[in-house]
Design a protein around this ligand. Structure first.
Ligand code: CTP
Ligand code: MG
Length: 372
């Protein structure tokens, strides 16, 4: 059996929020909920140390399967109190900080693997990038430790249960449990840490953590394609612009393949259907709608689904018209319809091959990147 103690009883004085730091939100969850979600797949029991007075609120937040105990006045004391709630048959205990909310399941599994391979104390750590000095009380340098041998250690730290229990039996106030275990003469192994396991101490750390979250979980992409055949007697609308003197295309709407492909890329990225299901023949109010009107409607659907658009690209495929001369104007028209997002427009011919190469029509392929 593996137990995890998540230290969450601090007040977060340096962070300066009116609520305990573990209850601060990062994206869609509190720091404590992130820490739990990352450890839960690997452990049999989770114990959370709560600040006095917040036990009930935290118990409701984390659910029945998690043990909540009241923490102490120091981190070491909180961990000792958590340790008292570990079930007897436990083999390994992880000690983690709620403040390192984004420490990954992958790194945690490496800690556990080393324990299973026979280590009694395993902690993640990153190489130190700064040159560090040991100073005396007056600020004079006593020592300059060799940087290459230094590590910034993180949590979760993993221990054999019996070893950690013995270490805490006569504990003093230390900032990590590995010190206590080392004091008993045990080997402590440092394995590779990770940037996303940073400790959230000040508000600026939360902003850094948010960048890890954004990259990890909430970006989505989509691709959209459209093609229309040329139709005599129609004017050409393409990329939000009227192209005087060019042959237009057939279609239910204005036939703007660039706008339509972008709409579909956005629907694809946000799982909100497609052009047909949103604006098709069953929705007569959209008959004859312009490409820019459909983009505006699409922006609304995507926004209502909770997404922001990062950027869109579209490549127009056809022999005519020549896009280059009006590229800036077309980008401005499409971007304006999408509320000002970044738009790129490319164009190509297909060397005389296929429907567009034979001059039968125009096609477009678009991509979109969105985030929640
Ligand atoms: N912690 C704890 N019990 C304490 C003090 C700290 O369980 N008496 C926990 C914190 O909740 C945090 C972790 O230990 O998840 C690391 O501590 P730190 O980052 O220093 O958090 P705080 O003590 O809350 O912050 P500060 O020192 O700024 O007050
Ligand atoms: Mg503290």
């Amino acid at each position: 059996m593996i137990a995890a103690i998540i230290a969450a009883a601090g007040s977060g004085e340096r962070f300066g929020a009116p609520i305990p730091k573990a209850l601060i939100h990062l994206g869609d969850k509190t720091l404590l909920q992130h820490a739990i979600a990352n450890l839960a797949p690997l452990v049999d029991q989770i114990i959370v140390t709560a600040p006095a007075g917040f036990e009930k609120q935290i118990a409701e937040l984390v659910g029945d399967e998690i043990t909540v105990v009241t923490g102490g006045s120091t981190r070491s004391e909180s961990v000792s109190l958590g340790l008292a709630a570990v079930v007897a048959e436990t083999e390994f205990v992880l000690v983690h900080d709620a403040a390192r909310a984004l420490a990954s399941t992958e790194m945690t599994s490496r800690v556990i693997s080393s324990l299973k391979a026979g280590e009694v104390a395993v902690i993640p750590g990153l190489p130190e990038v700064n040159t560090l000095k040991v100073v005396d009380a007056d600020g004079y340098v006593l020592e300059s430790p060799e940087r290459s041998s230094l590590r910034q250690v993180q949590t979760p730290q993993g221990f054999a249960y019996s070893v950690l229990k013995a270490a805490h039996a006569n504990s003093r106030d230390v900032t990590d449990d590995a010190v206590l275990v080392a004091n008993l003469g045990h080997n402590v192994l440092v394995i590779a840490g990770e940037d996303c396991a940073l400790k959230i101490t000040n508000p600026s750390d939360l902003a850094i953590a948010a960048t890890f979250l954004g990259n990890a979980s909430s970006f989505r992409t989509g691709v959209g394609v459209d093609a229309h055949a040329f139709g005599e007697g129609r004017e050409l609308w393409l990329a939000g612009l009227l192209w005087p003197g060019e042959v237009g295309v057939d279609g239910h709407s204005d036939g703007d393949v660039a706008a339509h492909a972008i709409c579909d890329a956005l629907f694809a990225a946000t799982s909100t259907g497609d052009l047909g299901s949103n604006f098709g023949t069953s929705r007569p109010e959209y008959a004859g709608a312009t490409g820019t009107q459909l983009l505006q409607e699409t922006l609304k659907i995507v926004t209502d689904a909770g997404y922001l658009i990062s950027n869109v690209t579209v490549q127009i495929i056809g022999n005519r018209p020549r896009i280059g001369a009006r590229r800036a104007e077309a980008i401005a028209a499409l971007s304006h319809a999408l509320g000002g997002v970044s738009v790129s427009i490319l164009a190509t011919t297909t060397d005389g091959m296929g429907l567009t190469g034979e001059g039968k029509g125009i096609a477009a392929i678009a991509s979109a990147l969105v985030f929640k």
